[in-house]
Design a protein around this ligand. Structure first.
Ligand code: GLU
Length: 466
């Protein structure tokens, strides 16, 4: 076990979106690479906006992606006494103070500053006040250092420096006694002994305040790695506007978890020109310091390409299990129908998603009720009827069949009727699937079985005969 301790700290105010999933993935990879510890912390101090459904959705998304955590989930809402204790410590040490300024006073000062073109910040009225008005509501503010700078070395962005002048005295406890976000994060990261904070770069501006708090509390300051944002194709920050952003929505659209993790790891990180990374390769090659400094653009085509790759090379049995819910959602029962593993084998070279595969798999379980008439119109009616009659006769004469057997029988029909193979195969394909765009006939017939094959050809014959 290495000393590395990282955490993923989502706020449960929505589902797990792809940006959060990538942050979780980067943390998980770094932990697995170094033999460190990956902690899951649910930041639910915003009681109004945090929901149980959201927690469940986040856990479900992480489990689906295979990002198992070693400790947690810890809930911030369970730590209120701990935060209180540390607020008191800062007060006792004179590193925090009670502020009695009313919201109206602060608003008036803020407005004046804006009118005068100054950046609004707390003016320190209560910082050194000695009278403590009894029973008056107050917040607790951190006594931030004045003058000088606060700096940290970001593993991705390099050295970042903020003049302390720009950082006013942060409220760490509200009038109602609840702690504020930046304070809780520091107490948690410190008490959970987090060594490296990997998170979205929307938190860069919080970091100097957090660094000041670590120092005031005498905690070691962790390393920071701020990951650039993910953008939509229009270069705006990725949001619902750009389509699905929830990890579970990707599962439901028929993406494989390994395709999504492979896609996400390459979003902002690279290793030479490699595009395909197995889990083990990712763990071996990934390093958080190799993440690039600029934002990445989400590219669905590339995700589709990776998904098709993992479907092509996937284990048919596993893909069949994953395909099942996509068929069920189409009200299709697979019971009594062809073995799904065989069906997957006929389709896996051509499908980009499991949804697409489910569409194409339908005809295996539901006999066609209509036929592609434009395709049928290309063939001479009498010849088609002869093909169907010959096929019924040939398939009825055998008791079992494999792909080579199908090939041989079709060849015989083509010779007997003096028709080119295409004029035999296509009408049979349309009879079995309803469409001319279907997998190889041998595969279809083996999966359907002789009985179903014959019955479908008879039905198509009746249709063509009128
Ligand atoms: N809860 C914060 C968020 O969801 C993350 C805080 C952090 O990683 O420090 O954006």
């Amino acid at each position: 076990m290495s000393e590395l301790r990282v955490r993923f700290a989502p706020s449960p105010t929505g589902y797990l979106h792809v940006g959060g999933a990538r942050t979780a993935l980067f943390n998980w990879l770094q932990a697995r690479k170094e033999g460190g510890t990956f902690i899951l912390r649910i930041e639910d101090t915003d009681v109004e906006r945090s929901t149980k459904e959201s927690v469940d959705a986040i856990l479900e998304g992480m489990s689906w992606l295979g990002l198992e955590w070693d400790e947690g989930p810890f809930y911030q809402s369970a730590s209120f006494p701990l935060y209180k204790e540390y607020v008191q410590k800062l007060l006792d040490a004179g590193k925090a103070y009670r502020c009695y300024c009313s919201a109206e006073e602060l608003d008036a000062k803020r407005n004046l500053a804006m009118q005068e073109g100054r950046k609004p910040k707390y003016d320190g009225t209560c910082r050194d006040r000695s009278d403590l008005p009894e029973g008056q509501p107050c917040v607790v503010r951190f006594r931030a250092p004045r003058g000088g700078v606060t700096a940290f070395d970001d593993l991705i962005k390099g050295k970042i420096t903020f003049p302390n002048e720009e950082l006013d005295d942060l409220i760490i406890q509200r009038t109602d006694g609840t702690p504020t976000y930046n304070f809780c994060v520091v107490i948690d990261d410190a008490t959970m002994r987090i060594t490296t904070v990997i998170r979205g770069d929307d938190h860069v501006n919080n970091t100097p305040r957090q660094v000041q708090l670590y120092e005031a509390l005498g905690f070691p300051v962790p390393q920071f790695a701020h990951v650039p944002m993910i953008l939509g194709s229009d270069k705006a920050r990725l949001s619902k506007r750009h389509g699905a952003t929830s990890v579970i929505a990707y599962r439901d659209m028929g993406y494989l978890p390994e395709a999504l993790t492979n896609y996400l790891v390459r979003l902002g990180w690279s290793s030479g020109d490699d595009e395909i990374f197995s889990r083990d390769e990712m763990i071996r090659k990934f390093d958080i310091s190799g993440v690039g400094r600029s934002a990445s653009v989400f590219n669905t085509e590339k995700l589709n390409w990776l998904n098709a790759h993992y479907i092509k090379s996937g284990d048919p049995q596993r893909l069949a299990d994953l395909l099942l819910p996509h068929l069920s959602k189409r009200d299709v029962s697979t019971a009594g129908g062809p073995d799904m593993t065989l069906v997957v084998k006929t389709l896996q070279q051509r499908a980009q998603t499991l949804e697409e595969m489910a569409d194409r798999a339908l005809f295996f379980y539901v006999a066609p009720t209509s036929y592609d008439e434009a395709a049928l119109a290309k063939y001479d009616k009498e010849k088609m009827l002869a093909v169907y009659d010959a096929a019924v006769a040939k398939f009825s004469a055998v008791s079992s069949i494999d792909e080579a057997g199908v090939e041989a029988l079709l060849k015989e029909i083509s010779l007997d009727l003096e028709l080119k193979m295409g004029l035999v195969g296509q009408p049979v394909r349309i009879a079995l699937s309803g469409s001319a765009q279907a997998p190889g006939l041998g595969e279809i017939i083996v999966a359907l079985g002789l009985k179903e094959t014959i019955s479908r050809i008879q039905k198509a014959r009746a249709f063509v005969a009128g």
